[in-house]
Design a protein around this ligand. Structure first.
Ligand SMILES: [Zn+2]
Length: 416
């Protein structure tokens, strides 16, 4: 199972100083900052997924400066991301249009040739055909005949776009592996999509619009698709959020997927911020008084005292670092974290923090991030620590994925 990590220009600065929290004045982002595949001893994914919308800034999705965009076009995707410097493996590349960013428009803002120019110009291995998202999941609509006409219209538009994209690939004798996108609102409509994309000639098909679906709904769709899928057709799941289920999808012809979940959970989830092979832990929230807009607003409004906030922040950081050195008890560290939470008007989390402080999972991780950052990786504070935790999660997720697949492979071979 191949795991693609969607790029949104998330990098860390390896020279960041956790004590002073300052960057070197000689720091140059493009030269010095590192992607996950440059940080770990082995890349924590099989490849990267790069979206044209994120590069072009369509629909507010932009993450690239003008200079970065030009640099990507000049160096190509392999040079820009320094993929060939990654040790041990050849990382793969897939381009897509970023259909969610233009979903509200009546038609996609790109022509097939514009998209192929982008894919070929940047030197991607595979490119996803232009598509238009169908919003809605209503399997019963097939029975009642009450399908939203807008869904049916987009379904047909997607086939026209897919046909045009494939025709242009053939005419241009493109080296890009074309990937069709199946959309639908029910198992039957997804199966219909896959059948028609295969008829057009697609050998690799991405399942689109499944992000909001529950795991059982995804499996029901994959079961329907299994009835029409040619043996050689490979499926890619776009935007998987429930990554723990990924190995269950392997039996349905899914050979690859992409997900930002392991990375984003590091700083978006309420408590599952730090992965281990068997569990997740809450990171310890010690926000910066000076860099936190919520805290600054409370200080300006006179609701909390700046000096007191700084004192609590300092005490919490000191306590967590002292605990890491074995010089502070769990109870004392917990008290310092709670005092800062209470000052900010946040609900303290004694039980989930106690588990993190007692187990100290960062001490048992051998990934390069944890070895270099130590306890700092566990502190929910500022982008350098939070992204490092995300990079660590990618490393563990990749291990979990390999472990799951090895386990399911063992079961299969034992059964045989
Ligand atoms: Zn780690």
């Amino acid at each position: 199972m191949d795991f693609y990590f969607p790029d949104s220009q998330d990098q860390i600065n390896p020279m960041f100083d956790f004590i002073t929290e300052e960057r070197s004045p000689y720091h140059v982002r493009q030269r010095d900052d590192r992607y996950p595949h440059e940080v770990h001893s082995k890349p924590p994914y099989t490849g990267i997924l790069v979206s044209k919308a994120i590069i072009d800034g369509v629909g507010g999705a932009g993450k690239y400066t003008v200079a970065q965009r030009h640099r990507l076009y000049r160096l190509g995707v392999r040079g820009f991301f320094r993929l060939d410097d990654a040790p041990g493996v050849r990382l793969r590349t897939m381009g897509d249009c970023g259909a969610f960013s233009y979903a509200a428009q009546p038609t996609p803002p790109y022509s097939a040739d514009e998209v192929l120019d982008f894919y070929e110009g940047c030197g991607f291995d595979a490119g996803i055909a232009i598509d238009h998202v169908i919003f809605g999941y209503a399997p019963e609509a097939d029975e009642t005949g009450e399908c939203d006409p807008a869904w049916v219209e987009r379904h047909e538009l997607n086939f026209r776009l897919a046909e045009e994209f494939l025709n242009r690939c053939r005419t241009r004798q493109s080296h890009i592996q074309p990937v069709g996108v199946a959309h639908g609102w029910s198992p039957a409509s997804y199966a219909e999509s896959v059948r028609r994309l295969q008829d057009l000639g697609y050998k690799r098909i991405a399942m689109g619009g499944m992000v909001p679906l529950k795991t059982m709904q995804i499996i029901t769709c994959l079961e329907a698709v299994a009835d029409v899928r040619d043996a050689e057709t490979e499926l890619h799941l776009l935007g998987v959020t429930r990554t723990e289920q990924v190995s269950a999808f392997a039996g349905y012809g899914v050979t690859s997927f992409d997900s930002t979940a392991p990375f984003r959970q590091a700083f978006k989830d309420d408590k599952d911020n730090y992965y281990t092979r068997t569990s997740n832990y809450a990171a310890l929230r010690v926000p910066q008084v000076d860099g936190n807009t919520r805290l600054q607003a409370m200080i300006r409004a006179g609701r909390i005292d700046q000096a007191e906030a700084r004192g609590c922040e300092r005490a919490a950081l000191d306590a967590v670092r002292a605990l890491d050195r074995g010089e502070c008890s769990v109870l004392d560290a917990l008290a310092a974290l709670e005092a800062y939470d209470i000052l900010q008007g946040r609900k303290p989390l004694p039980e989930i923090y106690r588990r993190t402080l007692t187990d100290r999972p960062w001490k048992n991780c051998n990934c390069k991030v944890c070895r270099a950052a130590g306890v700092e990786v566990m502190i929910f504070r500022g982008t350098e620590r939070n992204k490092r935790r995300g990079f660590h999660n990618l490393f563990v997720f990749n291990q979990r994925l390999q472990g799951h697949l090895a386990a399911s492979h063992d079961r299969t071979t034992t059964a045989i």
